[in-house]
Ligand binder design. Sequence first.
Ligand code: KG4
Ligand code: ZN
Length: 335
Amino acid sequence: MSMILAIESSCDETACAIIKDGNKILSNIVSSQIEVHAKFGGVIPEVASRIHVENISIVIQEALDQAKVSMEEIDAIGFTLGPGLIGSLHIGNQAAKTMAFIYNKPLVPIHHITGHIYANKFVDDIIFPALCLVVSEGHTELVYMKEDYQFQILGTTTDDAVGEAFDKVARVLHLPYPGGPQIDRLAKNGKENYKLSTPKVKGTYDFSFSGLKSGVLQLIARLNKNGETVIDADVAYAFQETALNALLSKTEQAIIDYKPKHVLLAGGVAANSRLREKTIVMMEKYPNIKLTIPPIKYCTDNAAMIGASAEIAYHKNVRCGYDASSDSSMEMKSY
Ligand code: KG4
Ligand code: ZN
């Protein structure tokens, strides 16, 4: 039994959630800054930090009010220690420490990506060994988990993260930030018209996306040079299919080699409708392996997922003191 107050502020969402027993969401408040950053075509770190300062206390109060829970009932405070934008991380960190100090509660430092992974707990209990494809703006990783909180990174991106590639290609197509959902929407009207090659990468489970982004630029330059019309929807379609095929072929290779009992998707790009569709189709070949895809609102940044991860870390006695410093490039630790 546990009641966790969770805080997330690693990028441009100021968020607080109250999570009971690891998977019951009593409240999940997310204040998004997207509208502000969209004007600049991307997240401006200094602006993000300032907006976190303005919103963090309001979001925490709202989470407690909505959950109808008092601070006395809270067992621990979980917060994102890293990775992310350092100024943004500091705000959530300081808020968590202040609450812990005033109410004398234990502090549980959380790695943001473990939150994305444990968002799956809002749908299903995880069956181990599990394999998770983590796809976000900052991360593209295949994570193998023998047990709870045992993270083995089988492969990662050698350059850009897949979410970053979605956002960059969207910018090339003059679509607003964040580009992932825009490409998702545009590609629905696209058809197989252009061919883009999948960037080669050495590691069996590794990824690469910067070559694909250059491929899109070259394709558009070539069409323009030949006086041909650039059909944006077809470019979005070609990019999305190539990127998703790369993700899924490596995932399938890891499924064959590691024989997990459960396959999970995690991170902002897991909100992609085509990735969700293609993963379901791929997993039809493996009827004995369970597949879980979190609901879209738990794929993008939120504090509920941090609470789900914090509940497990709390029971594993993961703690930090008032001197814990945010870590913008924090590595995932197993406990
Ligand atoms: O997980 P997240 O909030 O960021 C990190 O923790 O790094 O993911 C944000 C990323 C952005 O790159 C955004 O464009 C992408 O997720 N994204 C999508 C979709 N929704 C969000 N990418 C593709 N299709 C979507 N529907
Ligand atoms: Zn995230």
